[in-house]
Design a protein around this ligand. Structure first.
Ligand code: GLN
Length: 549
């Protein structure tokens, strides 16, 4: 029988509900329990695949191809476990499955209503995860902020589950305590309002995670305790800290794990936190630095640049750096500037390694190709991810094989016919052409885990230490096999192939020619975590550190 912990947000969004959920998961896992987690996104979108990452943050891809919220990535990174469709739901997906059941007459002529059927569907999904994972704890993170119209039905599901199983349900509110400059004092009132708002949905929080610039002091803990009806010991300080990976350790300073267990009348089975502590000590005590540049599209919302769109890439760089006790310094480099002023390419020499990550659409593409050419010629360690691999191939085709018009059909703006770009070195996959003709965009890319066979004696072979690997994908285009022969003849190594469909998955340059030039059609960043950095990121950072010397 599982216990359910609902994690909700108060006052404002973006205060770390996902990291809180992941950290609670880590703490309970280290105490010997089986943990799983669900993220609830209040959007009508059936999944995150159709959401613009600038607006919503990264689209995280699971092994089963689920395109989900970036918090699922945090769950994987903190728990070291694979997530799937069962770990994610949106308002849209809940309605969709309910409507599908209604169409199959599963309700036997009854009226199907928003309440109770939607909350019941939510609870059924939670139970499905429980059945599948046999977890001792299911953590359920409700997106958005309490008091929003959008997540009311999910709060209703939480309330109904508590009613059915009062001993098995716990409510955690992650709230924010501002310290206005003009007052210079931490204010508890917004949190009091958030709790009132939660109360009006029939929910009383058991634990409050007090997010603030600094730790919450005793007088304010008292105040929150009195006004919100929560034991002082259950008000957990969550001050701003430098690394998200410190959050579980920080929560434990306030004994959060044992407070949770006590409420369920449970005792820790084990005390396993050593590995996490050791990893964090590497973060805290770096012996060197590594400077990594990410060349991407320039993107902003208003005055703010959202690094969140590439959170898994950034975290994967960090994991690999921590492995070498190095402190990563990560800089976002706008690709478009190289189109306007190629002289700026010389700035890339300041970096120990360059990454060109995934992306869609043609903005900034020519600048990225110039950056890749520069890295290839100046022997700067280069790592290309998905679109980065496609562009590395185009660069090689143009500048080494002399195929001047080499391009991707994605940029030739002619998805449906191959003859509109002269040299489609990167072409749309056949089945994709059909899907797009029918405007079937949602959930139809080549998604999730596919096998890849690695060529022996390559950088990739050495990094993985095995011949067959599995990595996650999210793309519609691929290296056109018609060009394979000439590319290989001129020295590009196709280091990984999908055996079923004969698709190129990894391209490399030989080690004798370049310190590290590797690019993958898949997204290795989705499979990195702080205790197990991804082998290719690890080798990329190793080469970057060497470059530095
Ligand atoms: N736009 C490219 C494609 O669809 C690359 C996608 C990506 O980088 N994830 O194939």
């Amino acid at each position: 029988m599982a216990r359910y912990i609902f994690i909700m947000g108060g006052v404002m969004s973006g205060i770390g509900k996902g990291i809180t959920t992941s950290s609670i998961g880590r703490i309970l896992k280290d105490k010997g329990f089986l943990v799983s987690a669900i993220k609830i996104d209040p959007y009508i979108n059936v999944d995150a695949g159709t959401m613009n990452p600038v607006e919503h943050g990264e689209v995280f891809v699971a092994d089963d191809g689920t395109e989900s919220d970036q918090d699922i990535g945090n769950y994987e990174r903190f728990l070291g476990q694979n997530m799937s469709i069962d770990n994610y739901m949106t308002t849209g997906s809940v309605y969709l499955s309910l409507i599908e059941r209604e169409r199959k007459m599963e309700f036997g002529g009854k009226c199907v209503e928003v309440v109770p059927h939607i909350p019941e569907e939510v609870i059924a999904k939670i139970k499905r995860l429980e059945k599948k994972t046999k977890a001792d704890f299911i953590l359920i993170e409700i997106g958005g902020t309490v008091g929003e119209y959008q997540n009311l039905l999910f709060l209703e599901a939480a309330r109904m589950l508590k009613l059915k199983e009062p001993k098995n349900v716990l409510f955690v509110l992650v709230s924010y305590l501002p310290i206005p400059n003009t007052i210079g004092e931490m204010k508890t009132k917004p949190t009091q309002y958030a709790v009132r708002s939660l109360n009006s949905a029939g929910i009383q929080p058991d634990i409050i995670i007090a997010r603030a610039a600094m730790a919450v002091d005793e007088p304010r803990k008292k105040k929150i305790s009195i006004f919100c009806g929560v034991d002082e010991k259950d008000i957990i300080s969550a001050p701003d800290i430098k690394s998200i990976y410190e959050v579980p350790l920080n929560f434990e300073k306030d004994d959060l794990g044992n407070r949770i267990l006590k409420k369920f009348n449970l005792k820790a089975k084990k005390s396993n936190g050593g590995q996490w502590k050791k990893m964090f000590s590497n973060i805290q005590n770096p012996t060197k630095q590594v400077k990594i540049g990410i060349v991407g599209k320039y993107f902003k919302t208003g005055d703010f640049t959202l690094m969140d769109s590439y959170i898994s890439v950034i975290e994967a760089i960090k994991h690999a750096s921590y492995y070498f006790k190095a402190k990563p310094e990560i800089t976002w480099i706008s690709a478009e500037q190289f189109e306007e002023n190629p002289k700026l390419l010389a700035d890339l020499k300041k970096f120990d390694g360059i990454i060109v990550p995934g992306g869609f659409g043609n903005r900034g593409v020519e600048g990225k190709i110039k950056a890749i050419e520069f890295c290839r010629k100046k022997k700067i360690p280069f790592f290309g991810l998905c679109l980065g691999m496609q562009l590395a191939t185009i660069e090689f085709a143009r500048n080494v094989c002399g195929i001047k018009k080499a391009n991707s059909m994605e940029f030739a703006k002619a998805e449906l016919s191959s003859d509109q770009t002269a040299e489609p070195v990167i072409d749309m996959m056949l089945e994709q052409k059909k899907l797009l003709k029918e405007s079937r965009y949602g959930g139809t890319m080549r998604l999730g885990a596919y096998y890849c066979k690695i060529k022996s004696k390559t950088i990739s072979a050495k990094a993985y230490g095995k011949e067959i690997i599995s990595e996650r994908h999210r793309h519609r285009y691929e290296l056109n096999n018609k060009y394979k022969e000439i590319l290989e003849k001129r020295g590009l190594i196709i280091a990984g192939i999908n055996p079923e469909k004969d698709l190129a998955e990894i391209v490399e340059l030989p080690k004798i020619k370049h310190p590290f030039f590797v690019a993958t059609q898949f997204h290795p960043e989705f499979k990195s975590n702080p205790l197990e950095p991804h082998p290719l990121f690890r080798e990329f950072i190793r080469a970057s550190l060497k470059q530095k010397k």
